[in-house]
Design a protein around this ligand. Structure first.
Ligand SMILES: [Zn+2]
Ligand SMILES: [Zn+2]
Length: 417
């Protein structure tokens, strides 16, 4: 379902319910029927809102009908022998138990293990204004995540407090790791990272999880102490913006699309000081340039396509790719159709190849955007078919290793505490 259709339904359905309620109310008055009947449309709508909300993650996250391609033995061996790192997936928002294998959406622990993933960044979407879109999102519109919070029965403290939403989901991720029997291990520092890699080398079936936020708008007031709390709960990657401009920076999908504000510059320094990876995803062009001019550590652009193969406003330009390479950072190329203008692994590889031709193979990685309200080429279990597509495109095995995880590993080792 497209965001435009979803946005439309969220306005039309309540309007229709209100109209029916008024009609039923008028009817009860005219015919002397019990007034309580006028409440029925609202009740039915409330139940429907709960049912729809529990299916929305599945509906918003389909896979391409083309399916993954076949994988040969050489590609499979190379894939299994490489620590695969995915810079961005959003399954936390939709509430699935990630320890259970699901047919819906793209990511859970069983599918990550099957897909050979060593480390998954779990990003948290905390606010999506009604009417969000690729060009100019108004931040003052009602929030779709509040609807999910209410209908998924999140604790009341999360209903109108975005900081609390992060803490709620950080707690969920932590409990899932604790209950995973060692299959999901959270990564909070370099020691965790090295222990994870050692465990996988020893053949243990374990996938790492690293907590991220999509948009710094969860921080307000005294943002330093809020950041301390989030850091305590495992936050290790943060993008400045999501769909809309905020007090720290402009978004490429915002109304103004400005750069870093004075507060944003302070936030950049505070993120770097704590060892939280700075993510430029969704940043406006001005924000990208301001951050790269001021950054002292490597940054990532966690999920994107490139304008060189898919000319969209939100995709990275050659100029910004060069600047990220100069910074020593990493770019996660996406596995969804609108990022790479295509529905197959080879379309993603075409974008990766563009980055390599431009700046070499030391800055390109994987940023699937699994469960990010996108149509993915395939789910996490089919990731070896990406490795096959890279070999098919003539990339050398060493280059494939760097793309699958080596480059991002270098950034994480340089930034994490
Ligand atoms: Zn995103
Ligand atoms: Zn996301």
């Amino acid at each position: 379902m497209s965001p435009a259709l979803l946005n439309g339904l969220l306005v039309l359905v309540p309007a229709a319910v209100l109209a029916v309620t008024v009609l039923v109310y008028a009817w009860t008055r005219a015919r002397g029927r019990p007034l309580v009947l006028a409440g029925l449309p609202g009740l039915v709508c409330g139940v429907l809102a709960i049912l729809v909300s529990h299916r929305i993650g599945d509906v918003l996250n389909p896979v391409s009908s083309e399916g993954p391609g076949a994988v040969g033995e050489a590609a499979l061996a190379l894939h299994r022998d490489t620590p695969v790192i995915d810079l961005h997936a959003d399954p936390l928002l939709f509430g699935r138990d990630l320890l259970e294998r699901s047919d819906a959406g793209h990511v859970d622990v069983p599918r990550l293990l099957e897909g050979g993933v060593a480390l998954q960044v779990f990003s948290l979407v905390t606010r999506a204004p009604l009417g969000y879109n690729e060009e100019a999102t108004n931040p003052d519109r009602p929030d779709l995540v509040t609807w999910i919070a209410l209908t998924h029965f999140w604790p009341p403290r999360t209903w109108f407090d975005l900081h609390q939403r992060v803490l709620h989901h950080a707690g969920r991720l932590e409990r899932m790791a604790e209950g995973s029997g060692g299959r999901l291990g959270l990564v909070r520092d370099r020691d965790d990272l090295e222990a994870l890699l050692a465990a996988r080398r020893a053949g243990r079936p374990v996938v790492g999880g690293l907590l991220a936020i999509e948009g710094a708008h969860v921080l307000s007031g005294d943002f330093r102490s809020q950041l301390d709390v989030l850091f305590e709960h495992g936050l290790r990657m943060a993008s400045f913006t999501h769909f809309f401009d905020n007090a720290f920076a402009g978004s490429v999908q915002g109304l103004e699309k400005g750069g870093l504000t004075a507060r944003g510059r302070e936030l950049l320094a505070e993120l770097e000081r704590r060892g939280i990876v700075v993510d430029l995803a969704h940043a406006s062009h001005a924000t990208i340039e301001d951050v790269l001019a001021a950054a002292r550590r490597p940054v990532v652009f966690s999920h994107t396509g490139v304008a060189g193969t898919c000319d969209q406003l939100h995709n990275l330009t050659d100029r910004h790719l060069r600047a990220i390479a100069e910074n020593g950072g990493g770019v996660g190329i996406g596995l969804w159709d609108t990022a790479v203008c295509g529905t197959r692994a080879r379309d993603t590889v075409r974008a990766m190849r563009h980055v390599i031709d431009l700046v070499g193979d030391a800055h390109v990685g994987l940023g699937s955007d699994f469960d990010g309200a996108v149509r993915a080429h395939f789910d996490a279990s089919a990731l070896p078919s990406l490795t096959q597509a890279m070999l098919d495109a003539g990339l050398a095995p060493d280059t494939v290793r760097r793309i699958l995880g080596g480059n991002v590993l270098r950034v994480l080792r340089a930034v994490l505490p």
